[in-house]
Design a protein around this ligand. Structure first.
Ligand SMILES: Nc1ncnc2c1ncn2[C@@H]1O[C@H](COP(=O)(O)OP(=O)(O)OP(=O)(O)O)[C@@H](O)[C@H]1O
Ligand SMILES: [Mg+2]
Length: 578
């Protein structure tokens, strides 16, 4: 796995091979200059200090300055180029991960907690960086040193050297085992960190709930538990790491004992000169320090390998797929045919035996108690999810046959939970149609009755909204979402309780805007308001995941007790808010 990870990382870094090559080149140049410093010692000593040659002394400062300067520049360039390649590679990975996240089916995003995905993009990619930055160079240079030293030792006295080298496999196997344990612990530690991140984001989002339900001490306790878990795992990582270092030290002792005993024997017997003995001894001892650096790089590479493994796992997730047909505005109808649906990784069906025809250009209102499956039903139209059984069709063609982008281009949604992005009001509205002009944006905002309040915001249409921006009220958010949908001007419109946050005056205005928006469009509206219900072309009553009745208002009043009940509640709400 170790070599394959290097290869894999090098493959990832392939686009940056000129940088890597340049870096390798300068690292050799730098070591050459290092060598030349040592080399210079002899002529300096002999010519200046012993022969007292002035000619040499005049040249010396220039040479010393020059060599140190060039060595410094080479080292700088080596490190700079390598870093460039490493960061570019890491950023590539981050970009690909983000792209992947955007293309994940919703089912997958729910499964992975967001904290874990975030740690893939940020921490795991960061763990890859040192492989190129340091380890790659360590492996190359130290590997070369070790090879040379082994060569020298074998050349001097092969049997003695082999005897001394027998300790190395023990070290290798031991370190490998300990390394595997360290990796497992490191993985667990990273999971704790991901959980911490998750709790942190969650707490910031839900600060009000936490305060009013006095959950501080409970949350602190859970946070502390995760911190303790992290502490334990990291301590174990350290234990295994230091353990492998300890093993190296022990084996150095054993190796030394072997060499001295057998070597001493050979020398006393006269089978070997003391010079050969010390040459072998020096070479073997000199191997240890680069070897230790190699093994450190090796563990680092394992860490990186584990991170890369996790990154590649995400990159392998299936993406949303669509067909090749170009979707078109409905001419006949959108139909649900024998649709059954359950959310991924759950057992219970949330939709059962759904047969529904949404005629082109008409308004279909869906009613039903909370949890009946209304939002789930409409989420099948943009293919946020696909039916577990049965199919949803557009003019009798299965939605899965359409190209996803072309399908979603047809659809506008004002959903139950409106998300505003960290961007200006204008940009948030233009989400509906990137590239819209300011006039078009203002026009859409006016139609959605949002223009008035937007103008009163601190920077008007340029006020930053969302996460770290200006906070809007629920009703204001809805009107932004409606403006988005108006601007997109889609042939299919999905409104999930679009007017639920508005006071009765605004509701009336928004209702007008929506009616204008709905006319001529195929509209599915999840209705919680009397006015929508009575004006819809078709009413669909849902309960426990099934359609219990559909028809016109008058029919349903007579035939469907649940509808009567719902209708009365709506009527009551209406009177109460008026
Ligand atoms: N992402 C999800 N994963 C698993 N189950 C879900 C998910 N979303 C909703 N459900 C379940 O599906 C059922 C139907 O939910 P849905 O949101 O469609 O109801 P609804 O009719 O829109 O209710 P409301 O009127 O309260 O918005 C509920 O039992 C809910 O628990
Ligand atoms: Mg809902």
């Amino acid at each position: 796995m170790k070599d394959s990870i290097l290869l894999r990382i090098l493959r990832l870094a392939r686009p940056y091979w000129p940088l890597l090559l340049g870096s390798v080149f300068f690292s050799f140049v730098a070591s050459l200059f290092s060598g030349s410093i040592a080399w210079l010692v002899k002529p300096v000593l002999n010519n200046i200090f012993l022969e007292k040659n002035y000619h040499y002394l005049r040249l010396l400062p220039l040479a010393v300055i020059g060599i140190f300067f060039l060595r410094g520049v080479s080292a700088f360039l080596q490190s700079y180029l390598m870093r460039m390649a490493a960061i570019k590679l890491v950023n590539d990975l981050r970009y690909r991960l983000y792209q992947k996240i955007l293309r994940l089916p919703l089912a997958e995003v729910r499964r992975e907690t967001s904290g874990r995905l975030v740690s893939r993009v940020i921490s795991d990619t960061t763990a890859i960086e040192p492989v190129l930055g340091d380890m790659f160079r360590t492996l190359m240079l130290e590997g070369l040193t070790v090879a040379t030293l082994v060569g020298v030792a074998l050349y001097r006295r092969w049997d003695l050297s082999l005897l001394a080298l027998t300790v190395f496999p023990v070290v290798a196997v031991g370190s490998r085992k300990l390394g595997a344990r360290a990796r497992r612990m490191r993985h667990l530690a990273q999971q704790e960190i991901a959980a911490l991140t998750h709790q942190l984001t969650e707490s910031l989002a839900g600060l009000r709930e936490i305060k009013v339900y006095l959950q501080e001490s409970y949350l602190l306790r859970r946070f502390r538990e995760k911190l303790t878990g992290y502490y334990r795992y990291i301590l174990r990582v350290t234990k295994y790491r230091e353990g492998s270092r300890l093993l190296v030290d022990l084996m150095t002792g054993v190796g030394g004992a072997l060499i001295f005993t057998y070597g001493g024997h050979l020398v006393i017997k006269g089978a070997m000169t003391p010079g050969d003995f010390f040459s072998v001894l020096t070479a073997i001892l000199m191997i240890f320090s680069p070897l230790r650096r190699l093994s450190r790089a090796y563990t680092g590479i394992y860490d990186a390998a584990a991170a890369l493994e996790r990154i590649e796992e995400v990159l392998r997730y299936p993406e949303e797929t669509g067909g090749s047909l170009e979707a078109f505005p409905p001419r006949k109808a959108i139909k649900f045919e024998e649709v059954y649906f359950r959310y991924p990784y759950t057992q219970e069906y949330v939709l059962e035996d759904i047969n529904l025809r949404i005629p082109a250009g008409k308004v279909v209102a869906i009613l039903g108690p909370s949890g009946a499956g209304k939002s789930t039903l409409v989420s099948l139209i943009p293919r946020f999810y696909d039916p577990t059984r049965g199919r949803v069709t557009l003019d009798d063609i299965d939605l899965r046959e359409f190209d996803l982008v072309s399908l979603r281009k047809l659809i506008g949604i004002v959903s139950q939970e409106i998300v505003l992005f960290n961007a200006t009001v204008a940009e948030n509205i233009a989400f509906g149609r990137p590239g819209a002009t300011r006039e078009e944006i203002i026009q859409a905002a006016k139609l959605a009755h949002a223009h008035e309040f937007i103008e009163k915001l601190p920077q008007g249409y340029d006020t930053i909204l969302g996460h770290r921006g200006f906070n809007l009220s629920g009703g204001q958010r809805q009107r932004i979402a409606i403006a988005r949908a108006i601007l997109k001007n889609p042939p299919i419109l999905i409104l999930d309780e679009a007017t639920s946050h508005l006071d009765s005056v605004s509701e009336k205005k928004v209702q007008e805007a929506l009616e204008r928006l709905m006319s001529g469009r195929t509209t599915i509206i999840i209705a919680h308001r009397l006015s929508t219900v009575t004006r819809a072309d078709l009413l669909v009553v849902m309960d426990h995941g099934r359609i219990v009745a559909q028809g016109k208002h008058e029919e349903l009043l007579k035939t469907c007790p649940l509808y009567r009940e719902l209708y009365q509640t709506l009527g009551f709400e209406k009177r109460a808010s008026a």
